[in-house]
Write a protein that binds this ligand. Structure first.
Ligand code: SF4
Length: 280
């Protein structure tokens, strides 16, 4: 059972280090989903990092703090859930992410959500805004593998349907295949399936590799794959991605450059400006 810790915050928005996001908003620190590979644990208080997946800090006054922030800050693009999933199960009870997104959209900010939770669908009504987009991370296409590696996130079979329904409802969607873990999800079948899903749902497909970190070696399930990733031929995989995306006819971006997780905003903007989303 996850331990909930209530906390207060002075500011809701922080400057984002991620490319093409101006701000980051995280109503919860710590993530119930408990993905083994999660880098989030490296960016939080070490105590929470050590208990990753078992403790969630709820920033109870974040909506009030955000109301102050939006009056003071220049409008920009806000990444929602950059270090902890903003739609993890606890959001059902607290609705902090929903209320923050409402404030942001009303104040002229743009919102970019990334999640592994089917709960995001609850907020379709506000996320249909032309100033919002939703990325659903689909790392594996088989529920059984996901259960081992992303134990408490929504099963991929659900996430796949969520992308379909969001897209049909007019939400701007993108799909994130990441991290690619050699031996687990670097196969052509996974890539082809997600490329087709991206085409079907008018989504951009982002593909990003595993960045090996020391903590991964202390996990029995992950360690062999982390070792394998160290000497993996990423340029061959790169070429596979390019080939499959070209063949399927989908806009695809790879985050294989440098060490930062890349999510080129301009791609999304151009994509939607060209009206490929069929959106609003
Ligand atoms: S859903 Fe995202 S933030 Fe949560 S544990 Fe998994 S990778 Fe980390």
């Amino acid at each position: 059972l996850v331990r909930i810790v209530a906390a207060r915050c002075r500011r809701a928005l922080s400057r984002s280090g991620l490319p093409d996001l101006d701000y980051a908003l995280n109503p919860y620190i710590g993530c119930e989903h408990g993905c083994l590979y999660c880098y989030g644990r490296l960016y939080v208080d070490p105590e929470i990092g050590r208990e990753w997946g078992e403790v969630v800090v709820v920033r109870e006054n974040i909506v009030e703090a955000l109301r102050r922030d939006v009056r003071e800050l220049r409008p920009g693009i806000v990444g929602v859930g950059t270090i902890s999933d903003a739609y993890q199960p606890i959001e059902e009870r607290y609705e902090l992410s929903r209320r923050c997104i409402e404030v942001l959209l009303k104040s002229g900010f743009r919102v970019s959500v990334q999640t592994k939770s089917s709960l995001v669908e609850r907020d379709t009504d506000i996320l249909r805004s032309s100033r919002a987009d939703v990325g659903v991370t689909i790392t594996f296409i088989e529920d059984s593998i996901a259960r081992r590696i992303e134990p408490r996130a929504s099963p991929p079979s659900e996430r796949i349907e969520v992308v379909r329904r969001l897209s049909r409802a007019g939400v701007r969607t993108w799909i994130y295949l990441g991290p690619v873990i050699p031996g687990l999800n670097d196969d052509e079948e996974t890539l082809r399936f997600l490329a087709r899903l991206a085409r079907e749902t008018n989504s951009v497909l982002y593909v990003d590799r595993l960045r090996v970190r020391r903590f991964m070696y202390s996990m029995r399930t992950l360690a062999p794959y982390a070792r394998r990733a160290e000497s993996y031929d990423w340029s061959s995989y790169n070429r596979l991605v390019e080939g499959v995306c070209r063949e399927v006819g989908v806009v695809c971006r790879q985050g294989f450059v440098g060490d930062a997780v890349e999510r080129p905003r301009r791609t999304l903007d151009t994509f939607f400006a060209e009206g490929k989303s069929g959106g609003r």
